[in-house]
Design a protein around this ligand. Structure first.
Ligand code: AHR
Length: 327
């Protein structure tokens, strides 16, 4: 009987030790760690850039062993709010999202904060009085992108007395890239009155709308009344170039073109002279987002506002040094 009791105590001790060490009873050496769960609300799939950004996030999550719950909001901020609420209900470890527009997030982010779930803002920024609503923002410097577009024009037209007449295809209204690229650009060109923006409208970052806007522009202006096309993204530029070619306009020669994003196709256009300046907006933020997620879950302090690295490629660049873009 004594022997039997001792055997029972030994078995109980072993079971307790296994439970406390988190080991699987079938393989005492395997430590079973729960994967980090990241809820991600992507704003949509409007552009080549966005598809690459989603791919980068999903691939990086898989590589980092992070379980990602990925929701596409299809260009509707209400869908983003719903997704964030579902992540809160699911009790994810971290929430990340790319906000379609800058405002309207305080309530739902307050709910995430009350639930103790840290939030990372990716790509576009939010406009809030309360910085405690997010842990970290990893965004592009859209104002800088706009200024770089302006600086290129100043260089390109340095020997020209003007007027330099500019048509602008802007991004989604009230979104950070549209605001930054609009304001940053004007902050540079406004110092010289020879630069005139004669048309500006939102094409929502979509190729089809870029096409429509360029058709509209050509009903208002003769081709020789337009000197520059400044487009807030490559997809709208592609749509506009199609229309130019149909109208017998030589893109990059009859009309100087500045485009933002830097997809491989636009770089090919830059190399063949159809586009004059490309401002990079970097979509490959996945690995950085996963690293920030891991550090937040580990209780480390992360920098509050981080800008993604970006470059400018223009007709003065050494084309051989431009690496393949991969998308
Ligand atoms: O927020 C980044 C912008 O959104 C990219 O320039 C554009 O292509 C995308 O749709």
């Amino acid at each position: 009987m004594k022997k039997f009791r001792r055997l029972i105590s030994v078995i109980c001790f072993i079971c307790l030790s296994i439970a406390m060490s988190g080991c699987d009873a079938t393989s005492p050496e395997t430590v079973v760690e729960k994967p980090i769960v990241l809820g991600y609300s992507q704003l949509g799939d409007e552009s080549t850039w966005r598809s690459q950004n989603s791919l980068s996030l999903i691939n990086a999550a898989n590589e980092a062993g992070i379980k990602i719950m990925f929701e596409d909001a299809m260009q509707n901020p209400e869908n983003q709010i719903k997704a964030i609420r579902s992540f809160i209900a699911y009790k994810v470890d971290v929430i990340a999202f790319s906000p379609l527009v800058e405002t309207g997030w305080d309530t739902v982010l307050g709910e995430a904060k009350a639930a103790g779930i840290p939030v990372i803002i990716v790509d576009r920024m939010i406009d809030t009085e309360d910085e405690s609503l997010y842990t970290c923002a990893l965004c592009s410097d859209f104002d800088l992108e706009g200024r770089q577009a302006g600086e290129f024009l100043k260089k390109k037209f340095r020997l020209d007395d003007g007027p330099v007449r500019i048509v602008e295809l802007a991004g989604t209204e009230y979104s950070t890239p549209a605001i930054g690229r609009y304001e940053g650009f004007r902050s540079v060109i406004s110092s010289d009155p020879k630069f005139e923006v004669i048309f500006s409208a939102s094409g929502d970052f979509m190729r089809s709308k870029g096409r429509e806007l360029m058709q509209q522009i050509l009903t208002h202006y003769e081709p020789n009344e337009i000197d520059v096309l400044y487009s807030h993204n490559d997809d709208m530029t592609f749509g506009a170039i199609e229309v130019m070619l149909e109208a017998g306009i030589r893109p990059g020669k009859d009309i100087v073109i500045i485009s933002v994003d830097a997809t491989q196709k636009i770089i090919d256009y830059l190399k063949d002279g159809s586009v004059n300046c490309v401002i990079e907006c970097n979509p490959n933020s996945g690995p950085q987002v996963m690293e920030i997620t891991r550090r937040i879950v580990a209780g480390e302090t992360v920098e509050k506002n981080i800008y993604i690295d970006e470059k400018v490629f223009d007709e003065y660049s050494d084309f051989d040094s431009i690496a393949d873009r991969g998308y």
